[in-house]
Ligand binder design. Structure first.
Ligand code: SF4
Ligand code: SF4
Length: 149
């Protein structure tokens, strides 16, 4: 049976597990073997900051290297952007994330492109540093789905 190396990082209990898992094994089965998954916990695949959510009923694929298990999500503070520019300073590809967020709220693709949307590598650093916990990465992915109009 084809198997793949898999690291499971349990951020709730601060433990990591390094496994060799058969391709096609359900993620839920893996998590129950090494951790105790609970309702409300969030499962992500790949790099944590990229925020690529996995459904619990997904299966391990050949290219999967990492799974992250985190507790229930913190509430997003319903405050507007406070213009601190932390996201701008942190962006490795010189995008203006706050401006992209604003463009997404206006559904204005041209404005997002002027803010450097094309250079975004979806690393998630901007959303990670944002003190208002604004959904910048979600906004980037959403506006990328808009057709030029
Ligand atoms: S997700 Fe995009 S905009 Fe945000 S820090 Fe990474 S490259 Fe920059
Ligand atoms: S880090 Fe958050 S609050 Fe600060 S400028 Fe960027 S989007 Fe606005």
């Amino acid at each position: 049976m084809l198997s793949t190396p898999l690291a499971v990082h349990d951020h709730v209990r601060r433990r990591s597990h390094y496994l060799d898992v058969a391709v096609g094994t359900p993620v839920q089965y893996v998590l129950e073997k090494v951790s105790s998954w609970e309702e409300g916990f969030v499962v992500r695949g790949g790099d944590l900051l990229r925020d690529l959510r996995l459904r619990i009923d997904a299966v391990v694929g050949g290219g999967e290297l990492e799974i992250h298990l985190t507790g229930p999500e913190r509430t997003i503070i319903p405050e507007p952007c406070i213009r601190c520019a932390w996201c701008v300073e942190a962006c490795p590809t010189l995008v203006h994330p706050a401006f992209v967020l604003e463009a997404a709220q206006r559904r204005d693709l041209k404005m997002a492109e002027r803010a450097g949307l094309g250079a975004c590598i979806e690393c998630g650093v901007c959303a990670h540093v944002c003190p208002s916990r604004l959904p910048i990465l979600d906004a980037i992915r959403e506006i990328r789905g808009l057709k030029p109009g």
